[in-house]
Write a protein that binds this ligand. Sequence first.
Ligand SMILES: [Zn+2]
Length: 258
Amino acid sequence: MDSPGQGTVGQCIYCGSRRELADEHIVPFGLGGRWTLKKASCPSCSRTTAGFEREVQRGMFGELRAALKTPTRRRAERPTKSILGLERAGSIEFVEVPIEQAVQLLVLPVYPPPGFFRQGQTDEDLSATGVEITPLRVGPAKELALARGAEALHRAFTFKPRAFGLLLAKIAHCAAVDVCGLEGFSELYLPGPILRQAQGLGYWLGTGKVNLPPREDDYDVRVMADERGLVVALIDLFARIGGTTYVAVVGRLGTPEP
Ligand SMILES: [Zn+2]
């Protein structure tokens, strides 16, 4: 499910405000997102979501995005250089290299599965238990290392598991609202953690049990409902590479209890 959402929501999908609404990118533009919800976010909630989106896009994936030439609205701020550690006889020399020669790794957090599925605490925070590292481009750096007589390569990376989790929650929430409509839900679980900046997020979000298969697209976001109306979203933000798939419990469909 990844049809471009054309629906106009007409209220903030996080806090319900109906004033000064802006369009909301479901997946950030910089991660390949062209899918938007019209009039769906108020200025205050936009500031909150823009904060963690920026942290993820520039902090975690800044160099990777530059190397993969993903879209940007701020080309001048793109990194053009990277640091490589060359190990020789037990010591490491750090050298600056053009971004085309850098080692590129996809580094994604591993979280526990959502607490919802393992009788966890409803207020549990989201914390990473590890990292999943996928080497994407190592060849040019290896050649450089060989030419300089290095025995091993080192690469620093930035890791922002909390901001990344908030971004996943936002994508899950937006995608489910696009597919089911805001009025289709009797309960929505993610706006609270998103606006309060993650408290309780570990109960609703985590690493999925299985990964979605790779496919020729920037990302893969699927919204699913079960027979009792429980809505979950599966998210792989690096579908071409076959990155980790995360799962978020979004809410419940139906008429609210009186
Ligand atoms: Zn709002």
